[in-house]
Design a protein around this ligand. Structure first.
Ligand code: SF4
Ligand code: SF4
Length: 237
């Protein structure tokens, strides 16, 4: 086997293992242009997509439920476990790799994590960023949580998604109780602030839902999105 065949076979092995662990989709991308300094050598990203429970998302109407908060935390935990196992396998093969935490804010002023999972997911051709500022999977809409593993192991990549498919829909914009969504369509490189007033969103969650997980979840702009309801029959995928 030449080097290319080895890489392809390892990527396939990873993908089938991740799907076996419960993920719904896996994507590969080259993210070297958008990585922060210090991580530039980890040019490739593996995106892991997990579909949230439709029953739990369907139950979000006026605000989050206790069950949604529990589900959110445990899906993040599962994604972290999957990403850890993947990075461990990559290291066994002799490559540097790092699992980006499923949910962690490292810049509290801008509510940003180490590296945006949604950027890697769009670059892996899996979907776009919606008017709600969330990753919208072409298959599952925003009803997903994501994990990312960065690595120096080359991966077979596909064309990125570079256009929003929200069109003239504005269901999330009008449903947002914080008036935090500005109604603009995403394109690669757009400043996040042009889509979402993150401070307004966060302040609303802290004030209105502090009895549920200290106000870090809401879910309304996930629940209303028609892309998340595609393929649902009687509320079930
Ligand atoms: S999470 Fe809630 S408050 Fe924040 S943008 Fe979505 S609907 Fe608005
Ligand atoms: S509800 Fe409509 S505008 Fe909002 S993310 Fe979904 S498709 Fe886009």
């Amino acid at each position: 086997m030449n080097e290319n065949d080895i890489i392809k076979s390892r990527a396939e092995q990873l993908k089938s293992k991740i799907i076996k662990w419960g993920a719904w989709e896996v994507g590969f991308s080259c993210v070297s242009d958008v990585l922060p300094e210090g991580l530039k050598h980890l040019s490739y990203a593996i995106t892991i997509v997990f579909r949230l429970s439709d029953q739990i998302i369907n139950d979000i109407r006026e605000g989050p439920t206790y069950t949604y908060f529990h589900h959110y935390r445990h899906v993040n935990y599962l994604l972290d476990q999957m990403a850890l196992k993947v990075s461990n396998q990559l290291q066994k093969w002799g490559y540097l790799a790092m699992a980006v935490p499923a949910s962690q804010t490292v810049n509290s002023a801008e509510y940003k994590g180490l590296f945006p999972h949604k950027t890697a997911a769009t670059m892996a051709g899996l979907g776009w960023i919606g008017k709600n500022g969330l990753f919208i999977s072409q298959v599952h809409g925003p009803r997903v949580r994501l994990a990312t593993v960065l690595t120096e192991m080359p991966l077979p990549v596909v064309a990125p998604v570079e256009q929003s498919r929200c069109g003239s829909c504005d269901l999330c914009v009008s449903a947002c109780p914080a008036l935090a969504l500005r109604g603009e369509n995403w394109f690669p490189g757009i400043q996040g602030e042009r889509l979402v007033d993150v401070r307004a969103c966060s302040t609303h969650m802290k004030n209105a839902y502090k009895h549920i997980g200290r106000g870090v979840v809401c879910g309304i702009c996930i629940s209303v999105c028609p892309w998340g309801k595609k393929g649902l029959k009687d509320g079930v995928f």
